[in-house]
Structures are given as structure tokens and as C-alpha cells.
Design a protein around this ligand. Structure first.
Ligand code: NAP
Length: 282
């Protein structure tokens, strides 16, 4: 019997690490995995997903720019996907798609299990309010942080994200230009795509940093360079990129589809050894 089919949809998608990661998980767990990368424009995404299902597709990951479209195409969703308003994992149930969002669980697992951070009681600054930020915000709140402050280039999107969390007083928005007035944070997360742009540096007030501050970029490879350079210059205690989150969110997806949570350390080490600077963002 041929293996059930899985795929990642995005645009662009050629450099996605997901096929490599899922193949490695399958090999390690003794599960045959047929997982491909499928490029689709926003206009073609819904039809491409249906064609995939008709051809035996039973599970898919969704990356830029389709996470919100995927959310709309699902008949049912997990509560964490519902709260995020974005879906990165699809599971075929009968004749319809069930949507999940594993980004937040992936980040929290990377922060706590791999990097040993205790998130409880921490003030967290989240930069960005796109699909990735929406995915990680509920998981951070659920992990027991004290306060989440969200700042975004377009402030209305930060307000909408905070409203969607439904935790007034604990989740707040702030103007990017007024971050100096926000005090300091134990965790600063870059969930923007700013580093993918023209290479301009990242500029944030040094007053955001205290002696415990960890800085995390959800990006990896070249796109993480500007923020991580700022974090080092600002003397953050720790700083790291999103490669671990990438592996952990993939493991969460793998578990949804195959019922087994794969071990992630070897896959993470292999990706890291390939030189993070050569790894292009999904
Ligand atoms: P998205 O939905 O397109 O959102 C992009 C975000 O970046 C928005 O908040 C946008 O602000 C902001 N932004 C873009 N250019 C900016 C600039 N020059 N200055 C300041 N802010 C800027 O993308 P996404 O899905 O949230 O992904 C964000 C990044 O996270 C991507 O680079 C992606 O590769 C990475 N990511 C990593 C993982 C992982 O597993 N490690 C998972 C998901 C995403 P506006 O609202 O003002 O446009």
C-alpha cells in the first residue's frame, strides 16, 4: 500500500525545510512518509488543496502567505487555531479539513525544553502581529507569562491581536515608537518579517533589556541576522533564532497526523550543523 500523502503549501516554497524534517522524523520513527512541497499562489491555493485531497492528501502544512486562507477553508478547528485566527496544520477528516496551529506550542517547547527557560511570571514583548505572532501569542499566555505587550508597525493589527486574546490587562498593545515607555522585558520575540527586507538594521530602545532578557527571532538564516545583531549589541543574556521552533512545530504536526511525537534533537542538530546561515526561512 502506498503511503498517505502529506505536503507543505506556500509561495515561495522551494527552499522549505519541512520535507526534509518530516522525512527525517519518519525515518527515525519507522513511519513511511510521502511529504512534498507544493507552490501555490493565493488565487490558486484553495483549488490546489482540493486537488491534493482528491489525490490522496490527508495532511498538510501551510506557510506564508496561506495561513489565514487555510483557516477559512477548514470545516473544524482546534481552539488554539481558533484563537490564533490562522492555521498551519491541516488534517483530512472525512470530506473536509480540520485545522490546527502548532506554531505556539512549537515555540513554547523550544523555549522551555530546549533552552530551559521558565516562562512563568515573565513580561514578554512580542514584535509583529502577522500570522506567526497570532500563532504564538495564545501559547505564551497559556504558558503562564505575567504580561504580553504586542507592538506592530501597523498598530491596528496589534490591537486586533490583543482583542482576540480576550485577556484585557494581561495582553496589551503598544506603539512601536513609544516602546521606550514600556519598561523592560525578560523575553523579547521578533515575529516580524522585517529581516527579510532590504537588510536595514533593527533599532529598538536599550531600555527594553534587563539582566535576564532573552531575545528570540522566529526567523532563522539570513532573515534573523538584523534582530540577533541588535540583541547582542544590547547585551541580552541569551539570543537565538527560530530554527528550534521550526523543528518543534513540525513535530507537533507530525504527532497530529501519525499519533507519535517524534524525537527532535537529532533533526535539530542536523539542521543546525548545515549552518543556520544557509537555511532559508519557510
Ligand atoms: P506575516 O503574516 O506576513 O506578518 C509579517 C509581520 O512582519 C507583520 O507584523 C508586519 O507588520 C511585520 N513587518 C514586515 N516588514 C516589516 C518591517 N520592515 N518593519 C517592521 N515590521 C515589519 O508573516 P508571519 O507568518 O507572521 O511570519 C513572520 C516571520 O516569522 C516570517 O519571516 C516567517 O519566516 C517567520 N516564521 C517562523 C516560524 C518558525 O517555525 N520558526 C514559523 C512561522 C513564521 P505589518 O502588520 O505592519 O505589515
Amino acid at each position: 500500500m502506498s503511503a498517505a500523502r502529506y505536503a507543505v503549501f506556500g509561495q515561495p516554497i522551494a527552499h522549505s525545510q519541512s520535507p526534509r524534517i518530516h522525512a527525517a522524523f519518519g525515518e527515525a520513527e519507522g513511519i513511511a512518509v510521502d511529504y512534498r512541497a507544493i507552490e501555490a499562489t493565493p488565487a490558486a491555493f484553495a483549488a490546489a488543496l482540493e486537488a491534493f485531497a482528491a489525490d490522496g492528501g490527508v495532511g498538510a502544512n501551510v506557510t506564508l502567505p496561506h495561513k489565514e486562507a487555510a483557516f477559512a477553508l477548514c470545516a473544524t478547528r482546534t481552539s488554539r487555531a481558533q484563537r490564533a485566527g490562522a492555521v498551519n496544520t491541516l488534517l483530512r477528516k472525512g470530506q473536509a479539513w480540520h485545522g490546527d496551529n502548532t506554531d505556539g506550542a512549537g515555540l513554547v517547547r523550544d523555549l522551555t525544553a530546549r533552552h530551559g527557560l521558565d516562562l512563568r511570571g515573565r513580561r514578554v514583548l512580542l514584535l509583529g502581529a502577522g500570522g506567526a505572532a497570532r500563532g504564538v501569542a495564545p501559547a505564551l499566555l497559556d504558558a503562564g507569562i505575567l504580561e504580553l505587550v504586542v507592538a506592530n508597525r501597523t498598530p491596528e493589527r496589534a490591537d486586533a491581536l490583543v482583542d482576540a486574546m480576550g485577556e484585557p490587562g494581561r495582553a496589551l498593545s503598544a506603539y512601536w515608537d513609544a516602546l521606550r515607555e514600556q519598561g523592560d522585558f525578560e523575553l523579547i520575540i521578533n515575529a516580524t518579517a522585517a529581516g527579510r527586507g532590504d537588510g536595514a538594521g533593527f533599532s529598538l530602545p536599550l531600555s527594553l533589556v534587563n539582566s535576564l532578557t532573552t531575545a528570540v527571532d522566529l526567523n532563522y538564516g539570513e532573515a534573523a541576522i538584523p534582530f540577533l545583531a541588535w540583541a547582542r549589541a544590547a547585551a541580552c543574556r541569551n539570543s537565538f533564532d527560530g530554527l528550534g521552533m521550526l523543528v518543534e512545530q513540525a513535530a507537533e504536526s507530525f504527532q497530529q497526523w501519525h499519533g507519535v511525537r517524534p524525537r527532535t534533537d537529532d533533526v535539530y542538530a542536523a539542521l543546525r550543523a548545515r549552518d543556520a546561515l544557509l537555511v532559508t526561512a519557510d
